[in-house]
Design a protein around this ligand. Structure first.
Ligand code: ADP
Ligand code: MG
Length: 474
């Protein structure tokens, strides 16, 4: 493929599958392919804002796609097309200081997991948390264990700030808290498009707070959160033991509450069980409605599995197999999904109808009774380094050699599968990459698992080793 226009058109099709329509129109549509050199593709963009946005957020994604299509490592070279300054091209000092500030309020609704994130660790003031397009109310399967939380979430989304405020949802890992939070954001974005909705994990809130203090921009930080119509805070257990953060959030909470903005908070435990939470914040958390999510019963687990079986795999999995998985994976829906992905990948790869004994064999690591250790990013990087015979520095580094890229993507997939880390948090483990790269990698490996035997085996073997405590972290 020697023609830049031809190459760009192939890339564009793939990129469109990875970003929302809004992002496509605001960022990619006006790109013009210009020249294809031996080491890179030169593109023209209409202004420096577009260039900076691509540079900050989408370079990795585009370069990944270029490599995927050409099999070569091509750099992306970005030129601004015209030197005449348009009004929109003039950046205020504020925009220059706050890398993503312009974007969060401008053309992109908060509805796309790939639109976000300049710096993986959440540094920078207004790097929004991604919304997962799949985490909607429609995709949430209700049962006795979660129907109350679901109903409450739907109610607050329908009338933000008018019913329970705050809504506090708690429950164990992998039971759908983050899913419900995203569902509220999607719903409000869709039905109240003028509302300012932001979803932030407590960790990201902390990172930005620290960054604001360090860079002397606390007033901007305060103003940003206190202007919102809806603030969704994930994983409030991280407030424990952080006095300064609690103090800051207390004031944010009060301002939002007074202006009848909606607050929804999730946590892995009820407010009374968060250690070292100041009483005044604890009492704020308890002012509205508190609801929990319990592990789903067998019928709900089965309904979730049934909902998630990909069409192309349905004829390969009998109800007996789904029942078997639902019976054996009981506490965590993320694990339930991981088990299903693995069985489906095997079935599709081998074009084989799966029997219960085969499923049992494929998932044997899930059923070993021994106490499982918590798998950390360190364990995963060590395991990948051993399996692929490359150093951890190489895995988290920036080299785009094909073998390294695949190992890196597999490491990202396994991290998503075995830990509770969010996409930005995983990106931070890989040298502060943009988290769009992680989303891309996870989807890619999911696909490759049903296409390439080797990838399927590498992933399964890594997960087995890590689950059965065979790895110690570096
Ligand atoms: P938590 O935040 O409670 O740890 P998540 O919201 O991240 O859990 O959920 C883990 C995975 O399980 C996600 O992929 C989510 O979509 C899925 N999930 C959780 N609950 C449900 C449900 N009731 N219906 C469908 N999928 C669910
Ligand atoms: Mg969560």
């Amino acid at each position: 493929m020697n023609d830049p226009a031809h190459l760009w058109s192939a890339c564009a099709t793939t990129i469109q599958n990875h970003v929302s329509d809004a992002v496509w129109h605001s960022t990619f549509r006006d790109i013009r392919p210009h020249e294809l050199a031996s080491d890179g593709l030169r593109i023209h963009v209409p202004n420096s804002i577009a260039r900076d946005k691509i540079e900050r957020r989408y370079r990795h994604l585009i370069e990944d796609v270029l490599t995927e299509i050409t099999g070569k490592q091509l750099r992306l070279l970005i030129d601004v097309e015209s030197i005449s300054l348009e009004a929109g091209d003039l950046q205020s000092a504020e925009e220059l200081l706050l890398p993503a500030a312009a974007d969060t309020t401008a053309d992109e609704p908060l509805d796309d997991p790939r639109q976000v994130g300049t710096v993986g660790s959440g540094e920078g003031l207004f790097v929004d948390e991604p919304l997962n397009p799949r985490y909607t109310f429609e995709q949430f399967v209700c049962g006795p264990s979660n129907s109350f939380a679901h109903a409450a979430a739907l109610q607050v989304a329908e009338q933000p700030g008018r019913v329970y405020n705050p809504l506090f949802i708690y429950g164990g890992a992998g039971l759908g808290k983050t899913h419900l939070l995203h569902a509220i954001a999607h719903f409000v974005n869709q039905h109240y498009p003028a509302s300012l909705v932001r979803l932030v994990s407590t960790e990201t809130f902390l990172n930005r707070f620290v960054y604001a203090i360090r860079s002397n921009r606390l007033p901007t930080f305060k103003d940003y959160y206190r202007r919102l119509d809806v603030l969704l805070v994930d994983d409030a257990q991280f407030f424990a033991g952080k006095e300064g953060l609690q103090e800051e959030f207390f004031h944010t909470f009060n301002t939002l509450y007074e202006t009848r903005s909606l607050l929804v908070i999730t946590c892995d435990r009820p407010p009374d069980s968060i250690p070292t939470l100041e009483d005044r914040l604890r009492s704020r958390f308890k002012m509205g409605l508190i609801t929990d999510i319990q592990p789903p019963n067998i019928e709900t687990r089965l309904a979730i599995l049934d909902h998630r079986v990909p069409d192309e795999c349905r004829h390969l999995l009998s109800n007996k197999v789904l029942e078997f998985i639902a019976e054996r994976v009981t506490n965590n829906i993320r694990e339930l999904e991981g088990a299903l992905t693995r069985v489906c990948a095997f079935a599709t790869l081998n074009r084989q109808v799966i029997s219960v004994p085969t499923a049992q064999d494929l998932l044997r690591d899930l059923f070993t009774p021994q106490k499982q250790q918590v798998v950390t990013p360190g364990h995963i990087l060590t395991a990948c380094s051993t399996m692929f015979g490359i150093s951890i520095d190489d895995i988290i580094g920036t080299s785009r050699r094909r073998q390294l890229v695949t190992a890196r993507h597999i490491a990202m997939y396994v991290m998503r599968d075995l830990t509770d880390l969010s996409f930005p948090a995983i990106a931070a483990e890989f040298g502060d990459r943009d988290h769009t790269t992680v989303i891309h990698a996870v989807n890619k490996i999911k696909e490759l698992m049903s296409e390439r035997q080797q990838v399927y085996e590498q992933v399964t073997q890594l997960i087995r080793m890590l689950r059965s405590n065979l790895v110690t972290a570096a």
